[in-house]
Ligand binder design. Structure first.
Ligand code: FE
Ligand code: MN
Length: 334
């Protein structure tokens, strides 16, 4: 019997999911299902009061919230489109495709989350959904990802040579490691920092659920990349590894520029220097996760981030409602 391969599996049937070879893909699928949630489960009452009150939130806090809504509102659908239009086509393994379908659904939930936030807060959709054109630091992140992932969107592209498999892995690093693993994380830190101070706690909780999902997307993407490299070791040349490292470093620069723009003056205990340190810290983790050396060596300035999920669980239990599904795991990979 022909061995299953993660890509270029022309011999085995893409509908034949059993027996499963890549057990991690199956596990991520189950974890995604266990983490199920919808935005309407989160109470936005306090956020509406704070947002509409004339002097609860200062101008800098409002700017930080709007910039993050502006980036995420369009980034989620960009990610969904990438999965459905580019990644799915070339990952021929059925257990990985099962996970990709789940991930696509989660991106639809995330897109819905920002519709819900705009609706409940009464935000101007034209303002929020045009920020990725109008705000240079947001536009540059999106353009970088779109530009880095053009090969696989080409209808004539196929993973039929060493060079083309390298292109595919290059683009997967763009989708998973840079977009989902770096470009989402300054925003997570900022919004969860607010939530921990009871500022816009509903939006914070939405971001927390998204973070839990994204950490699974990132883990899947990293295992996908690592497996392609393992099965096609000839692609992993020193020059190609350096190209990937350079792309990740450019992503770090863009994410730090975005954080500077979101948070130009710093707000009570969080500032752009700390966020930049956090971005470098997570970039090192992302690099190591795909077998590349650390580039920065920063310590994590936001240890509290990894604890905030547990705090939220108690809060939901005692004060509001249980939003956690029975089997949902509360751990995530930062
Ligand atoms: Fe998402
Ligand atoms: Mn995602």
């Amino acid at each position: 019997m022909e061995e299953k391969r993660i890509i270029n599996c022309k011999v085995t049937d893409p509908n034949k999911i059993l027996p499963i070879k890549y057990k991690w893909a199956r596990e991520y699928y189950k974890q995604g299902v266990a983490n199920n949630w919808v935005p309407e489960e989160v109470n936005m009452q306090k956020d509406v009061e704070q947002w509409k009150a004339p002097n609860v939130l200062d101008a800098d806090t409002r700017r930080m919230i709007l910039y993050n809504l502006g980036f995420f509102s369009t980034a989620e659908s960009l990610t969904a489109n990438n999965i459905v239009l580019a990644v799915y086509n070339h990952v021929t393994n059925p257990e990985c495709r099962q996970y990709l379908l789940r991930q696509a659904y989660e991106e639809a939930v995330h897109t819905d989350t920002f519709i819900y936030c705009c609706d409940t807060l009464g935000l101007d959709p034209d303002q929020i959904y045009n920020m990725y054109h109008k705000i240079p630091s947001i536009r540059e992140k999106d353009e970088f990802v779109v530009g880095m992932t053009t090969s696989v969107l080409d209808p004539h592209f196929s993973t039929d040579s060493v060079e083309n498999i390298q292109r595919f892995v290059h683009d997967l690093v763009g989708f998973y490691v840079i977009m989902e693993g770096i470009f989402f994380y300054a925003g997570f830190a900022m919004m969860l920092w607010l939530m921990n101070r009871n500022i816009m706690p509903g939006i914070g909780e939405q971001f927390q659920f998204i973070l839990r999902d994204e950490s699974v997307h990132l883990a899947f993407g990293s295992d996908l990349i690592n497996t392609i490299v393992q099965e096609n070791p000839e692609i992993w040349t020193p020059a190609f590894r350096q190209k990937i490292i350079d792309n990740i470093k450019r992503g770090v620069e863009l994410e730090i520029a975005y954080a500077d723009d979101c948070l130009p003056r710093g707000i009570l205990g969080i500032n752009k220097t700390l966020v930049a340190q956090y971005v470098r810290y997570i970039a090192d983790r992302r690099l190591q996760r795909i077998g590349l050396p650390k580039q920065y060596g920063d310590e994590n300035p936001f240890e509290w981030l990894s604890e905030s999920m547990d705090l939220r669980k108690e809060k939901n239990f005692f004060e509001t409602r249980v939003t956690e599904y029975k089997t949902g795991s509360l751990s995530w990979d930062e």
